[in-house]
Design a binder for this molecule. Structure first.
Ligand SMILES: *[C@@H]1O[C@H](CO)[C@@H](O)[C@H](O)[C@H]1NC(C)=O
Ligand SMILES: *[C@@H]1O[C@H](CO)[C@@H](O)[C@H](O)[C@H]1NC(C)=O
Length: 319
C-alpha cells in the first residue's frame, strides 16, 4: 500500500517537473527565436546604394505628368487587401486642388516563385508597384524605403513632394495637399510626427532593439515616425546621394534621420496643430478632416472612413 502511494506521488512530481521542463523549453526556444531575429550579425557598415535592378516599375511617366505628391507605401506580397483598400480610398490617383496625387507600393521579394508571378500580374493591372530583389522582412525596411527614394531620384524628380507611409495608415490626402500648398515650401523641407529626443532601445526583446555594435551612440538624431513623413523631392535626391556615407541602421526612420542630420536638413511642423498621428485615432468625419495620418487602420475600416470623409466634405464642423 505505502510504496504504491509513494510511487503515485513520485509520478505526480515527475509529471509536474516534465511539464515545467516543457514550459521552460518553450520559453527558451521562443527567446532564442526572437533573438535570432534581433541579434543577427550586426554589421557596422554604411548603406549600399544602387544594389540591384528594379524588378517592377510603376506605369507612371513623371516627365509627362509630374505629380505634386508621390506617396510611397511600404507593403508586402501578402497584403493584397491592404493595397486594394488603399487603391480605392486615399491612394486613388486623382487631382486635389488641381494637383496630381499618385501612390506606389514598395515591395521586396519572397523565395516563392508564385508570389513573384502574383506581384507581376498585379503590376500589369494596376501599374503601381516598385520592387527590387531583397528579402521582404521587417528588418529590411531601410532597403525598402531607400528603394522608394532611389525610384523618386531616378524616375520622378519632376514631382514636388514625396510621402513615405505604411499600409495600415489612413492618409487624408485632401488636407495634406491643402497644408503643403499653404506652407509654400519647395526645397529642404521635411515634416511628419517629429521625434526629437529618442534613444536606442537596448533591450534584446524589443522589436526596435538596436545593439551597441549596430549603433554605438546613446541618442538618435531628430527623425520623423515612419508611419508617415513628407518631404520636398529635392530631399529624396540628397538623401539618396548621401546614403552611402551614412551608418546603416535597420530602423528606416532613424536611418533617414541620420541622412538628414548629415545633410543639415531640419525637421519642421506642417501645422501649428498636430496632424500626423503615429497612434490610432477614433474616427469621426470632423476629426479626420483635420488630420494627415492615423495609424492601425484595417482595410475595411479604411473604406468606411474614406466614404464617410468624402460624403461629409461640404459639411461644416465645429471649430
Ligand atoms: C534583407 O535582404 C537581403 C537581400 O535579399 C538578405 O540577404 C537579408 O537576409 C535580408 N534581411 C533580413 C533580416 O531578412
Ligand atoms: C553628393 O554627395 C557628395 C558627398 O558625398 C557631395 O560632394 C555632392 O555634392 C553631392 N551631390 C549632390 C547632387 O547633392
Amino acid at each position: 500500500m505505502i510504496p504504491q502511494m509513494a510511487s503515485k506521488r513520485l509520478r505526480k512530481i515527475l509529471f509536474t517537473i516534465a511539464l515545467l521542463a516543457i514550459f521552460c523549453l518553450f520559453i527558451k526556444w521562443n527567446f532564442a527565436g526572437i533573438c535570432i531575429l534581433c541579434l543577427k550579425k550586426s554589421e557596422v557598415t554604411s548603406f549600399k546604394r544602387d544594389s540591384g535592378n528594379f524588378l517592377e516599375l510603376p506605369h507612371i511617366d513623371c516627365s509627362k505628368s509630374p505629380p505634386f505628391l508621390v506617396i510611397l507605401v511600404t507593403s508586402s506580397h501578402n497584403q493584397n487587401k491592404e493595397r486594394m483598400a488603399i487603391r480605392e480610398t486615399w491612394g486613388k490617383e486623382k487631382l486635389i486642388f488641381n494637383k496630381l496625387i499618385t501612390t506606389c507600393f514598395l515591395l521586396g521579394t519572397t523565395p516563392k516563385p508564385d508570389d513573384q508571378i502574383a506581384i507581376s500580374t498585379e503590376n500589369v493591372k494596376y501599374g503601381d508597384i516598385i520592387q527590387k530583389d531583397f528579402i521582404d522582412a521587417y528588418y529590411n525596411l531601410t532597403l525598402k524605403t531607400m528603394m522608394g527614394i532611389e525610384w523618386v531620384h531616378k524616375f520622378c524628380p519632376q514631382s514636388s513632394f514625396v510621402m513615405k507611409t505604411d499600409s495600415d495608415v489612413f492618409v487624408n490626402t485632401y488636407y495634406l495637399t491643402e497644408l503643403l500648398l499653404r506652407k509654400k515650401r519647395s526645397t529642404r523641407f521635411f515634416t511628419g510626427f517629429l521625434k526629437l529626443n529618442e534613444r536606442p532601445i537596448r533591450q534584446a526583446l524589443s522589436k526596435w532593439h538596436v545593439s551597441k555594435e549596430e549603433y554605438p551612440a546613446n541618442t538618435y538624431p531628430p527623425f520623423c515616425s515612419g508611419t508617415g513623413y513628407v518631404f520636398s523631392t529635392d530631399v529624396a535626391s540628397q538623401v539618396y546621394n548621401i546614403s552611402e556615407n551614412v551608418l546603416f541602421v535597420k530602423l528606416e526612420d532613424v536611418f533617414i534621420g541620420l541622412c538628414l542630420a548629415e545633410l543639415n536638413v531640419k525637421l519642421e511642423e506642417l501645422h501649428s496643430k498636430q496632424t500626423f498621428f503615429p497612434e490610432r485615432l477614433e474616427f469621426s468625419p470632423c476629426r479626420f478632416k483635420k488630420i494627415v495620418t492615423s495609424h492601425f487602420v484595417k482595410p475595411h475600416e479604411l473604406l468606411i472612413y474614406w466614404n464617410a470623409l468624402e460624403r461629409s466634405m461640404d459639411e461644416k464642423c465645429p471649430r
